[in-house]
Design a protein around this ligand. Structure first.
Ligand code: FAD
Length: 396
């Protein structure tokens, strides 16, 4: 079968590997000119996503992933810190996940795909031509065609909106500003101790809610597959602020203005960010999680169901989606049946992720009120814990 994938992001690249393993011919069209400017931070991949990737990737490529990230030792607990950086709550965890930067993840997923990925190609719409389905560009020229198209072009996909008949994303009312602070001899002593063994949330009556995590991928130096993709150690900080528009300038200044209630050392970690790493993004949520007539087009990942990053689960469920699609194609051998069959598990999984992420956002406002702080903390922490543990398996 010929399969065309739109988007060389996390879902699109995982899909390309899975289809190739099953003997299909795959073309991936990607808007970016190359992978060099891949932005983003450390992602958390859950055991279900890792099981899909293990099936999809050659052994040496999967072990390159493992060696380019961190495992359980970096996630022995989840903590809640106050504005002084003092631990208020600690939830022990035994984590089977992988924490890996978006850039090394994408670069490793690109290995072995070679010419199958066509860079600098902006897909505009899908058209059906008898038993084939085509991707067209903005001038309505056919840029690729196949027996099945997989739409994996991320949040706010116009192609997905066209195929499904409605937009798939709407703003969640909050934005994030995030950055990476290099972990050096100067910054390491300032990092709260508990953050070396797991991520934390800063919360408090006056505090801007923030997610903090240290990331220290330490590869085995003898592992030849890894070194070009390794990142220098950093602290990831991510603030959640009210708003629906992405601010484009003065991001670090805005971040510092939002953290005036933090202790000086904690705030210093934001101040010492790598300026090129500071970015802002709008949080989106899904519009409607019901199915649609699929035809020869499958819509997966953020293109179908953007989930605010407060659940830390979007990449994992995007990978689980393409795992389901490949399995459905394997068992039915028919693109239309497969695109239809994978929808219900995908939408159930997305609804569960959306609930977890919304609970965290709702709790954020309540945490500002002293009287509600203790009961809300009690309610939200198990949710955070569940969100991170959320299994995207067949149990759904
Ligand atoms: C700050 C932040 C932190 C996050 N942390 C986590 C986390 O810890 N764990 C987690 O699981 N998830 C996390 N997420 C969410 C996760 O990044 C996304 O859910 C995931 O990237 C979705 O994968 P995708 O393949 O659907 O989309 P993407 O990875 O966004 O890929 C879409 C691709 O399509 C391309 N494209 C777009 N339009 C076109 C077009 N018209 N033609 C051709 N190509 C096109 C884009 O250039 C891109 O390469 C986080 C998100 C953010 C913003």
């Amino acid at each position: 079968m010929d399969i065309v994938v739109v988007g060389a992001g996390i879902a699109g690249l995982a899909a390309a590997h899975l289809f190739r393993v099953d003997g299909h011919a795959v073309t991936v069209v990607e808007r970016d000119k190359d992978a060099d400017r891949t932005a983003g931070y450390r992602l958390h991949l859950d055991p279900t996503a890792l099981a899909v990737l293990k099936k999809a990737l050659p052994d040496h490529t999967f072990s390159a992933l493992e060696y380019s990230g961190t495992r359980g030792e970096a996630f022995t607990h989840l903590v809640v810190l106050d504005e002084q950086g003092r631990t208020r709550l600690r939830i022990p965890r035994g984590d089977e996940s992988l924490m890996i930067g978006r850039r090394p993840l994408r670069r490793i997923l690109l290995r072995e795909l070679g010419d199958a990925v066509r860079w600098g190609v902006h897909a505009a719409r899908v058209s059906h031509d008898n038993d084939r389905v085509s991707i067209r560009d903005q001038a309505d020229r056919v840029i690729a065609e196949g027996d099945l198209v997989v739409v994996a072009d991320g949040t706010g996909s116009l192609i997905a909106a066209d195929v499904i008949g409605r937009p798939t994303a709407r703003p969640a009312g909050v934005i994030g500003i995030a950055g990476r602070t290099p972990l050096t001899a100067d910054t390491c002593p300032v990092v709260p101790d508990d953050l070396w063994r797991g991520p934390g949330f800063v919360v408090g009556p006056r505090a801007t809610t923030a997610f903090l995590a240290t990331h220290r991928p330490e590869a085995n130096p003898t592992h030849a597959e890894v070194s070009p993709d390794l990142e220098d150690p950093y602290l990831l900080w991510s603030l959640v602020l009210d708003g629906e528009d992405r601010p484009r300038s003065d991001l670090l200044r805005r971040a510092l203005a939002a953290t005036t209630s933090w202790s000086d050392p904690l705030r210093e970690l934001v101040r010492r960010s790598d300026p090129d790493s500071v970015d802002a993004f709008v949080f989106y949520r899904p519009v409607d999680l019901t199915g649609w007539p699929a035809g020869r087009v499958a819509v997966v990942g953020d293109a179908a169901h953007p989930i605010p990053p407060t659940a830390g689960i979007g990449a994992s469920i995007a990978i689980a989606d393409v795992g389901d699609l490949a399995a459905a194609l394997r068992s039915s051998g028919d693109p239309t049946t497969a695109a239809e069959a994978m929808q219900q598990p995908m939408l159930r999984r997305a609804a569960q992720a959306q609930r977890s992420s919304s609970r965290v956002l709702a709790a954020r406002s309540a945490l500002r009120r002293e009287a509600l702080r203790r009961p809300v903390l009690g309610a939200v922490l198990p949710t955070l814990d569940r969100a991170i543990r959320l299994q995207t398996s067949k149990r759904d």
